[in-house]
Design a protein around this ligand. Sequence first.
Ligand SMILES: *[C@@H]1O[C@H](CO)[C@@H](O)[C@H](O)[C@H]1NC(C)=O
Ligand SMILES: *[C@@H]1O[C@H](CO)[C@@H](O)[C@H](O)[C@H]1NC(C)=O
Ligand SMILES: *[C@@H]1O[C@H](CO)[C@@H](O)[C@H](O)[C@H]1NC(C)=O
Length: 227
Amino acid sequence: MFTLALVLPLFVGTFGQTPTRCCYSHKFDGVLMETGGSLSLGSTTPSIADATIAISYDFDEKVLWLNSSQLNTTSGAWESMIILRRYKESTEYIVKNGQCYSVRIDHPITPPCVPDGLDYGGTFLFGSGDSALKVNNWRGNNNGTTVSINVQASDCTPVSESIYGIVGTENSVTSYIFANLKPSLSHPARMQRPAICAHAIQLQAVGKRGLEEMVEHIDSALVPFFL
Ligand SMILES: *[C@@H]1O[C@H](CO)[C@@H](O)[C@H](O)[C@H]1NC(C)=O
Ligand SMILES: *[C@@H]1O[C@H](CO)[C@@H](O)[C@H](O)[C@H]1NC(C)=O
Ligand SMILES: *[C@@H]1O[C@H](CO)[C@@H](O)[C@H](O)[C@H]1NC(C)=O
């Protein structure tokens, strides 16, 4: 009887507590594996997103670097482009096929945190045995989309994320696996504007729709958490 009374509160203390919304490192390198599909409102032809995206993120300096290798589902070829967002200058640079484009951005960088609107959805183990990874799930609505995020329980390292709902003018479903995360920047030089971008072509001015759409896709798909 005595033992039970002592053990019970301990058990509740360890497993019954709701974790607090957490933030990951302000600087990190990693890889995002993205798969998803979207359908423009009124259209019946979905577009598929299948991309592996190397990422470097610096919340303190407000810079995001992405190297997106995306499958072109028409040609079957992998196409890569570099996206560099320098939020303090409200400018995004896109380097594709040896050409640099720039586009104005007007939203702030998203902090590396579980968004306020999400609710705790439980704690789970990924894998099994001694090397299993303990994750906390957070889910709910974020600006009209439904989001589910898993972060490592010990230090808030993002593990996976899925988002569905209406993003801009598209119905979309996207999921991400976060891989190879490291809470520091190994390539600080890539966060600087590349020389080729000194005379960037302004996307709005020329209206390069294809590129602009790809960038918008990356923008909207990555909005809810981290990016
Ligand atoms: C971007 O990724 C592609 C595909 O992995 C790679 O070939 C290319 O070298 C990368 N570019 C940079 C600047 O890291
Ligand atoms: C995909 O490949 C097709 C055929 O090569 C090309 O016309 C199209 O512009 C490419 N799409 C993108 C988004 O680059
Ligand atoms: C919220 O969604 C609307 C419509 O999709 C979009 O215009 C706006 O930029 C989004 N806001 C944020 C903070 O993501």
